[in-house]
Design a protein around this ligand. Structure first.
Ligand SMILES: NC(=O)c1ccc[n+]([C@@H]2O[C@H](COP(=O)([O-])OP(=O)(O)OC[C@H]3O[C@@H](n4cnc5c(N)ncnc54)[C@H](OP(=O)(O)O)[C@@H]3O)[C@@H](O)[C@H]2O)c1
Length: 396
């Protein structure tokens, strides 16, 4: 029997607790041992929860109980969560977390701490919610040189863009709709400005390339500047407009960024709509592999958390299976990233062609012209001196 503690019984932690209580037999079968929920750390008593008798408000109770084998961290952020994860690892307890900010910002340190204490820190749920993606990446693609990892990593923004493209909603109306349905927070900044997707693409890059990609050095452009005209241009081009996080290998360096993209309908990521997430990996032997599914939600995310728990229980002697060094990765400037670009402008088409060369124009949307450049870089577009209202890379 293995004793577990959950820190932070919110959407994800609460679902983990409920599944642990409800599906105990199934989990025991799959883990090979009984999993006992011994503690739930909360900030106050929770008398209406089925695990009310397990609630504690002092982390040191968990820290000092030598029988606690594993701690599930679902508080979020890098305040109390960081402190408790450090203390749990130092106390020789395995840790499973769903916290992308924690892993993106402190992963190298915490993974080293896990290793030093002979325990595991797993974080499958931190990228792609319920989609099994990190485990297959580290376990099943080891025979590949990875060229690129890219994905639709934030369900809120994908929902908003889908509503704009497929239902003709404005950005503001689609955001309100996402908030009403509970997909977007009241303060949606981390989602709509690409910060959440940025943290996830950093974790993917850390794992795939074995380097520490610091989120503060990654350019994250969200969807708040996207207009109905952009949606009309995408539709006219037979393309989708999606927020992508990308980590692209260029020699020994990486280009990592988050940006809206125009995506050709033939691309595997194109049909990924609504709140779904997807990650595409391009490897030397396997070619392109796509992982897709529910990127958020309590039960879906708890599914990934508890899969990590089962993995650790089944492999008790194994030390930290995945890690990357603390030295920062050499990152290329995304301004130099070569691509076709979509642009929107009110400038005369002739002036654009004079500065940029041939442009594939789309039908005008109101007062705007929109078109595609030849292969170029953002730096070259900037150097053209043209006042372009939007510039998004194209995945052709
Ligand atoms: N929600 C998703 O679909 C999803 C998907 C993938 C990953 N994640 C990640 O999972 C983590 C949790 O997300 P969530 O949506 O479950 O958040 P949430 O619903 O806000 O839950 C957080 C929980 O932690 C508790 N908490 C906060 N500070 C605490 C402290 N100092 N001590 C003890 N408990 C504390 C909160 O209690 P109070 O009620 O007192 O505030 C709340 O119960 C985050 O890292 C998030 O990024 C979430």
């Amino acid at each position: 029997m293995k004793k577990l503690a959950i820190l932070g019984p919110g959407v994800v932690g609460g679902s983990c607790a409920e599944i642990l209580l409800r599906d105990a037999d199934l989990l025991e079968r799959n883990a090979g041992e009984q999993l006992e929920l011994s503690y739930v750390l909360a900030r106050r008593a929770l008398p209406d929860r089925p695990y009310k008798d397990k609630v504690v408000t002092d982390f040191s109770v968990i820290e000092h109980d030598a029988d606690v084998f594993l701690v599930i961290e679902t508080i979020g952020g890098c305040g109390a969560a960081l402190e408790y994860v450090r203390r749990a690892l130092a106390a020789g307890k395995h840790v499973v977390t769903a916290n992308k900010q924690l892993i993106a910002e402190h992963g190298a340190e915490l993974l080293a701490l896990a290793k030093a204490n002979g325990v595991s820190l797993l974080f499958e749920a931190s990228v792609g919610g319920g989609i099994p993606v990190l485990h297959p990446l580290s376990q099943c693609l080891g025979a590949n040189e990875i060229y690129e990892v890219r994905g639709i990593l934030n369900g809120t923004t994908n929902f908003i863009l889908t509503q704009m493209l497929e239902h003709g909603q404005s950005y503001e109306a689609a955001l309100r709709d996402a908030q009403t349905r509970g997909y977007a927070e009241q303060d949606p900044t981390a989602d709509v400005e690409g910060i959440d997707a940025g943290r996830k693409v950093c974790i993917l890059a850390d794992m795939m390339f074995g380097k520490n990609v610091d989120p503060s050095r990654v350019r994250m452009t969200g969807i708040s500047a996207i207009t109905a005209a952009d949606a009309a241009f995408a539709e006219a081009a037979g393309m989708k407009l999606r927020l992508l996080g990308r980590a692209v290998r260029q020699g020994q360096s990486l280009t990592v960024f988050v940006s809206p993209h125009f995506i050709a309908g033939t691309q595997p990521l194109a049909p990924v709509s609504g709140v779904l997430n997807a990650v595409e990996v391009l490897g030397s032997s396997v070619g392109a592999v796509l992982f897709s599914g529910p990127g958020a939600g309590g039960p879906a995310t708890a599914s990934a958390v508890l899969a990590d728990v089962i993995d650790i229980v089944r492999n008790p002697g194994r030390v930290q299976p995945v890690s990357w060094p603390a030295e920062p990765a050499a990152l290329c400037d995304p301004e130099e990233f070569e691509s076709l670009f979509f642009f929107r402008t009110r400038l005369p088409k002739e002036a654009c062609e004079q500065a940029l060369g041939p442009v594939r124009w789309l039908p005008d949307a109101g007062a705007f012209h929109g078109g595609f450049t030849q292969k170029t870089t953002r730096r070259a577009l900037r150097a053209s001196g043209l006042a372009l209202d939007a510039v998004w890379p194209v995945l052709a």
